[in-house]
Ligand binder design. Sequence first.
Ligand code: HEM
Ligand code: HEM
Length: 122
Amino acid sequence: MGNKFLRLAVVYLLIGVCIGVMMAKQHDHTLAVVHAHINLLGWASMFLFGLFYRAFPEAERSAFGYLHFWIHNIALPVQMVTLAMLVSGDTSVEGWVAGASVAIVIGLVFFAINVWNSTRNG
Ligand code: HEM
Ligand code: HEM
């Protein structure tokens, strides 16, 4: 899980900065919120998750780690694609953005429990 998070994090980084450069070049910042969250929920958070799971292998092996990984990595692409559609004017996808966002929060709750469980001693 740790290595998978690290490898996917850098993919988000590359997508995020490409959107940043594209926005700057086109002087159109419509996708700023998508760019921000690809970089923050994708690159920054996922790289931190990866480092955490590398440091605490028992967290990586727990059911919470497994659930966190899959929920985050299924919900985040859905959230980012539908958010891009929403800010571009397609309001029909609002429910998808909301659902994916709630799913990400649930995944993060599993992550938080996992961090607490793994850092109980010392
Ligand atoms: C080549 C790299 C990057 C370029 C060219 C770039 C470009 C941009 C542009 C044009 C905006 C829109 C500014 C606005 O509308 O106010 C923006 C916003 C933002 N960027 Fe980047 N960015 C880059 C990398 C990053 C990275 C690596 C992160 C985070 C780790 C990041 C985080 C953000 C955030 C959080 C915002 C939203 C700021 C706000 O709305 O106040 N960016 N970026
Ligand atoms: C499920 C998770 C999240 C949801 C649903 C969410 C939602 C939002 C919303 C609705 C905004 C206001 C956008 C606007 O300006 O119209 C926002 C802005 C922002 N969020 Fe998040 N966020 C999430 C996670 C995070 C995380 C984990 C970080 C940082 C690590 C973060 C950093 C930011 C920043 C820097 C802004 C201001 C940039 C901008 O407006 O483009 N968010 N977020």
